[in-house]
Design a binder for this molecule. Structure first.
Ligand code: PMP
Length: 434
């Protein structure tokens, strides 16, 4: 324990403070739904490394595929030649794309890089410059993606100027919608006033003309911005506006993709076709890999050599991606998401109705195993519940903007482990209410 403490103190001193950290602990190992720290503390992981190790830690098939690839070819470099796992991964992904038109791929390393790739493509393809993001969005920490991020002010401070030509339009989060509140209308994600679509039309008239607007980028379920699924009608409406004005529709599925919401990609819940889809996180269960996919005519407008990167689409990461794709079939991952998700969701909804705990809760929402619990503002309940969960060895994260805690358990979590997590969360909420 003393050695582990010393190691963590070394980390506090020598790792850049700008990284920020929830726990000053050293994670030593992980297996399935659990991680173990250097002090021997075993924690149930409802964070998955921010929605990445979605098939659990050290998934045996992924580990096997990665070891085999590491012994064969680690790095090929995509601007030099193809390598086999990269192409195999494309073969695996084509059949699970949310639309048949999405047939041509480019892989990179991180989510933010893939967002940058999407913006480059949209600008190049349309010969237009401006990009519209939605309020509450999160897209990353590079200059371009910080500019597109409209969910936190703190982390972008002191880095200006960011990418110019970025505009923000409202995302329909009806629980806080002033239009609905004025009419005494009751919140429901199925029943949005869709004022945000009118706002988008106005934005295109007032601030960024269609002839200057290359793309709109949207997370179908806001991630860092509060785990808010798009209200019914919004994404369809945006699609129509894009079609009318020759604007590229970019779906950022970095956090929502690969089964997190109970479908392979979240956009399938609304049946809307994006022009560019962005993938990362769950794609390779922890190995650095991201990508964009689009239709061939659009993707191929970019000249050879303008896409790539030293490590882009690394062979070992792609091998992990192929193993993930196979695991989705072998282990019926989506079925498990759709069984476990309601277990957690129903418990939270019960708390929202219960006479003891309902006064704490503002909203419960989410899809599949991407579930947000928003508290009444002003009491810091989310971080207080987070602390209570951590004390009981359950790792959970909060989101920005609203006082919201988010639950992102592994997609293949067992009923038993889900039950353990649910009990810790329920008792934590009850303690807060007491
Ligand atoms: N887009 C979304 C929707 C995300 O959730 C994230 C990461 N939380 C990113 C982009 C950025 O990904 P990365 O941290 O891998 O750069």
């Amino acid at each position: 324990a003393a050695a582990a403490k010393k190691l963590s103190e070394f980390g506090v001193q020598r790792v850049a403070k700008g990284v920020g950290r929830l726990l000053n602990e050293v994670l030593e190992s992980g297996s399935g739904s659990y991680v173990t720290t250097a002090t021997g503390r075993r924690m149930l992981d409802f964070s998955c490394g921010i929605g990445v190790t979605n098939l659990g830690h050290a998934h045996p098939a992924v580990t096997k595929a990665v070891s085999a690839q590491a012994g064969k070819l680690v790095h090929g470099q995509v601007n030099i030649a193809f390598q086999r796992p990269y192409l195999e991964l494309i073969e695996r992904l084509i059949p699970v794309m949310p639309d048949k038109s999405l047939d041509t791929f480019f892989f990179w390393n991180s989510g933010a890089e893939a967002v940058e790739a999407a913006i480059k493509l949209a600008r190049h393809a349309t010969k237009k410059q401006n990009i519209i993001a939605v309020q509450g969005s999160y897209h990353g920490r590079t200059f371009g993606t910080m500019a597109l991020t409209k969910s936190k002010t703190g982390y972008g401070q002191g880095f200006f100027p960011l990418l110019p030509g970025v505009f923000a339009t409202p995302f329909p989060y009806c629980a806080h919608c002033s239009v609905n509140k004025a009419t005494g209308w009751k919140y429901s994600p199925e029943n949005c006033c869709n004022n945000p679509l009118q706002e988008l039309e106005l934005l295109l008239k007032r601030e960024t003309a269609p002839s200057d607007t290359a793309a709109i980028i949207i997370e179908p379920v806001l991630g860092e911005g509060g785990y808010v699924p798009a209200a019914k009608g919004f994404l369809d409406g945006v699609r129509e506006i894009c079609d009318k004005n020759n604007i590229i529709f970019i779906a950022d599925e970095v956090q929502t993709g690969f089964g997190r919401t109970g479908k392979m990609f979240a956009i399938e819940h609304w049946n809307v076709r994006p022009d560019i889809l962005i993938m990362a996180k769950g794609i390779a269960n922890g190995f650095p890999l991201s990508g964009i996919v689009s239709r061939k005519e659009l993707m191929d407008l970019q000249p050879a050599g303008s896409m790539g990167g030293t490590y882009a689409g690394n062979a070992v990461s792609c091998a992990a991606g192929v193993a993930v794709a196979q695991a989705f079939k072998d282990e019926k991952i989506l079925e498990n998401v759709n069984q476990r998700g309601p277990e957690l969701m129903n418990m939270l909804k019960d708390c929202a109705k219960d006479s003891k705990t309902s006064k704490l809760i503002y909203d419960v929402r989410g899809l599949g195993l991407m579930i947000g619990l928003e508290f009444q503002p002003g009491h810091n309940y989310a971080s207080r519940l987070q602390q209570k969960c951590l004390e009981k060895d359950l790792l959970v994260l909060t989101t920005s903007i609203y006082d919201t805690i988010r639950f992102i358990p592994p997609l293949n979590i067992s009923k038993e482990d889900m039950g353990k997590g649910i009990e810790i969360i329920r008792s934590g909420i009850e303690e807060l209410a007491a």
